[in-house]
Ligand binder design. Structure first.
Ligand code: M6R
Length: 608
C-alpha cells in the first residue's frame, strides 16, 4: 500500500515530506521519491529501497528551498519495484508531476491513445499514463482543476493522488476514489496524506475527503469539489485526539484489530479490475497464457494452508479441478513428487518469504511442475521464483497473527475457481454473477456487522477466559475455518485449542470433553447444519459447553449462540472468519497477552 504526502506552507518542504513518509513506513514500500518546484523546474529525487536510500541521494544534492512539495512510498502493483517505476512521475513536458496510490484499470487503453498522439513512456506504471492524460487534457483546458477532473473522469479504478504543476509552484492538487486521502489543516500550512500520522506532529485538524472528491490546496486555503462536475463540497474540520502511534493503528488498540476491521475494504479493493463490467466473468490476466490445471497441489504453512484447504472446496466445486493440500514443511521432503500431465502447484504465502514454502516451490519446479504463487508482498522471493504470481493486495499485515491476508487469499482463490470454471465451462456466466454479487454485498454488510460482532466476542471471551482447552468444530468448508480458529486462539492467548472435522470427534477426541473443556462450533445454516447439530448434542451430553456460531432463525441446543448474517454458498466463510479472529483477539487482550507480537512467533518464518 503506497503512502502519499503533500505539503504547502512555510517550512522547507523536502525534509518535511521525507519526515512524513517515515511516519507512513508501517504501510510497507519498496521505493520512495519526492518532488518540488525549484527555479521554475521540477526537482524529482527517487530511490529504490527504503527511505534511507532516498535520504542518501538527497544529501548529495544542494538543499531545496521550496516550501511546497510532495512525496511517495511505493508498494509495487504495475511494474517492478525499481527507481524507474518509483513516484513522482513527470508528464512528457515535465510541467506536471504526480504521485498515486491505487490502480487505474483502463491505463493500457489510455496509454495506447496517448502513444498514438506521440506521448512516450519511461516506466511501466499506470501513474505515468495518468499524468500524461492530465497533461493532454490541460492542452485544451487551461484551468488545471478542470483538466484534472476531465482526466479523472476518463480513468477508471481506485486512486489517491497528489498533483503539482510548475505553473503554480506553491499549490498542490489532490483527488480520492476508493483509496484513503486526508487533508491536514494547519496555520499557514496545509497537508495531504494517505494517513493521519504523516502530519500529526504539525496539525490535529483534518478533513476526510470522500470518494469522488478533489481539492486545490495552498498554504493558506483549500477548496474541495466533486470530480464529476466540479461542484463545491463543504466539509467540517475534525480534530484528532490520537498520538502518532495510535494513529498508525487507525485509533485501534492493536494492529490486529485494525487489520480485522480492514477486511471489508480489502474484499472490495481486491475485486477492482478483476471482474468484468457485466460482472459475469472474472479477469485474471496473470493466468491467461497458462492452461487450466488437470490437478492442483496447494502448498503452504499456517494460516495460508488453511486458506488453501478452504480454497480446495471452491476450486473443486466450481472449477472441478481436483485439489490436494499439503503442508510445505512436509511436502518439501517428500521422497518422490509425482506429477501427472497438466498438474500444477499453487504456493500460498502472505510474506512470500516463508522458508518451507519457498523450498517446496523450488522442489516442485525442479521436478518439472509449473508453480503459481499467491502472495501479498510484491517482489518477495516466492513472487519472483514462481512461474506466475497472483497478488492478494491486502496491504502490509503488521500483526504477527495473520487475519486480513487469509481473507484476501480466500478471495483470490474464489476468483481463480470462477476464472478456471469459466474456461472449462463448469460455471455459467449466471453462476459467476451470483457469486460476484454475494462478494460485492459483503463489504457493506461487514462494515455494519463488525462492531456488533466485536462486542459479542468481548462478552464471550470474558465468559470463557478460564478455559485451558478449546475444541473448534466444523464440517465441509467450515472445517478449515475451525482449524484457523484454533490456530488463532493458540497463538494469541496460549490456550490449547484443536480444530476438528465435527464428525471426527466421536472417533477419539470426545473422550477429552468435560465441563471445563468447551467447544466452538461453526454451524452456518446450510446442508450440513443437521449433522453439526448432532455433534453439538454429543459434546453437551458430556457436560461440554458450546459456543455455536450460526445464522438467524437456527435453533441450536448450545450454551451460547452467536448469530451472524446468513450469506449464500461458500461465501459464508467471509463472515465466519472475522468472528473467529475477534474471539481470539478479545481472549488474548483480556488475558493481557501481547496481541500483535505473541511470544515465540515471527511474522515471516524465514528459517526452517
Ligand atoms: O507468510 P506466510 O503466509 O507464508 O506465513 C505462513 C505462516 O507462518 C503464518 O500464516 C502463521 O501461521 C501465522 N502466525 C498465523 O497467524
Amino acid at each position: 500500500m503506497c503512502g502519499i504526502v503533500g505539503y504547502a506552507g512555510h517550512r522547507p518542504a523536502v525534509p518535511l515530506v521525507v519526515e512524513e513518509l517515515h511516519r507512513l513506513e508501517y504501510r510497507g514500500y519498496d521505493s520512495a521519491g519526492v518532488a518540488c518546484v525549484q527555479q521554475g523546474a521540477f526537482r524529482v529525487v527517487k530511490a529504490e529501497g527504503k527511505l534511507n536510500a532516498l535520504e542518501m541521494k538527497l544529501s548529495t544534492e544542494p538543499p531545496a528551498t521550496a516550501t511546497t512539495g510532495m512525496g511517495h512510498t511505493r508498494w509495487a502493483t504495475h511494474g517492478a519495484p525499481c527507481e524507474r517505476n518509483a513516484h513522482p512521475h513527470l508528464s512528457n513536458s515535465a510541467k506536471l508531476a504526480l504521485v498515486h496510490n491505487g490502480i487505474i484499470e483502463n491505463y493500457l487503453e489510455i496509454k495506447n491513445e496517448l502513444t498514438a498522439k506521440g506521448y512516450v513512456f519511461h516506466s511501466e506504471t499506470d501513474t505515468e499514463v495518468l499524468v500524461n492524460l492530465i497533461e493532454d487534457c490541460h492542452k485544451s483546458e487551461p484551468d488545471l482543476m478542470k483538466a484534472f477532473s476531465m482526466a479523472l473522469c476518463k480513468a477508471h479504478g481506485a486512486y489517491a493522488i497528489c498533483l503539482m504543476s510548475i505553473e503554480e509552484p506553491d499549490v498542490f492538487y489532490a483527488a480520492r476514489m476508493s483509496a484513503p486521502l486526508i487533508l491536514g489543516v494547519g496555520t499557514g500550512e496545509n497537508f495531504v496524506a494517505s494517513d493521519i500520522p504523516a502530519f500529526l506532529p504539525y496539525t490535529r485538524r483534518v478533513v476526510f475527503l470522500e470518494n469522488g472528491e478533489m481539492a486545490r490546496v495552498d498554504k493558506s486555503s483549500f477548496r474541495v469539489c466533486r470530480i464529476a462536475d466540479l461542484s463545491p463540497v463543504e466539509h467540517s474540520i475534525e480534530t484528532i485526539e490520537w498520538d502518532v502511534q495510535s494513529a498508525q493503528k487507525g485509533g485501534y488498540r492493536h494492529f490486529m484489530l485494525k487489520e480485522i476491521f480492514e477486511q471489508p475494504d480489502i474484499l472490495r479493493d481486491s475485486m477492482t479490475g478483476r471482474v468484468s463490467a457485466s460482472r459475469d466473468s472474472v479477469r485474471l490476466h496473470e493466468l491467461d497464457d497458462f492452461p487450466v490445471p488437470a490437478r492442483l497441489t496447494i502448498v503452504a504453512c499456517g494460516t495460508s494452508s488453511h486458506a488453501g484447504m478452504w480454497g480446495r472446496h471452491i476450486l473443486e466445486s466450481m472449477a472441478r479441478v481436483p485439489v490436494q493440500v499439503e503442508i510445505a514443511s512436509e511436502y518439501r521432503y517428500k521422497e518422490r513428487l509425482l506429477f501427472s500431465k497438466d498438474e500444477m502447484v499453487l504456493v500460498i504465502s502472505q510474506s512470500g518469504e516463508t522458508a518451507d514454502t519457498l523450498a517446496a516451490l523450488r522442489r516442485a519446479r525442479e521436478c518439472g511442475a509449473a508453480v503459481i504463487g499467491l502472495c501479498n508482498v510484491v517482489g518477495s522471493s516466492i513472487a519472483r521464483e514462481a512461474d506466475r504470481v497472483l497478488y492478494t493486495q491486502a496491504g502490509p499485515e503488521i500483526s504477527v497473527a495473520s487475519t486480513k491476508a487469509m481473507c484476501s487469499q480466500m478471495l483470490v482463490l474464489t476468483l481463480m475457481a470462477l476464472y478456471w470454471g469459466a474456461r472449462k465451462g463448469t460455471v455459467s456466466g449466471g453462476e459467476i454473477a451470483a457469486v460476484v454479487q454475494d462478494i460485492l454485498s459483503l463489504p457493506e454488510m461487514l462494515h455494519k456487522e463488525l462492531p456488533g460482532m466485536h462486542e459479542k466476542a468481548k462478552m464471550l471471551s470474558r465468559k470463557y477466559s478460564q478455559a485451558k482447552n478449546f475444541f473448534y468444530l466444523g464440517r465441509g468448508h467450515c472445517y478449515p475455518l475451525a482449524l484457523e480458529g484454533a490456530l488463532k486462539l493458540k497463538e494469541l492467548s496460549y490456550i490449547h485449542a484443536e480444530g476438528y472435522a465435527a464428525g471426527e470427534m466421536k472417533h477419539g477426541p470426545i473422550a477429552l470433553v468435560d465441563s471445563v473443556f468447551p467447544a466452538f462450533a461453526i454451524c452456518p445454516d446450510d446442508a450440513l447444519l443437521p449433522k453439526v447439530k448432532s455433534n453439538i448434542v454429543e459434546v453437551q451430553a458430556r457436560q461440554g459447553k458450546v459456543i455455536a456460531l450460526t445464522n438467524p432463525g437456527v435453533d441450536l441446543p448450545a450454551e451460547d449462540v452467536w448469530v451472524v448474517p446468513k450469506v449464500n454458498s461458500l461465501m459464508a466463510g467471509f463472515v465466519i472468519l472475522p468472528a473467529l479472529q475477534l474471539f481470539s483477539y478479545e481472549m488474548a487482550d483480556y488475558l493481557g497477552k501481547d496481541v500483535d507480537q505473541p511470544r515465540n512467533l515471527a511474522k515471516s518464518v524465514t528459517v526452517e
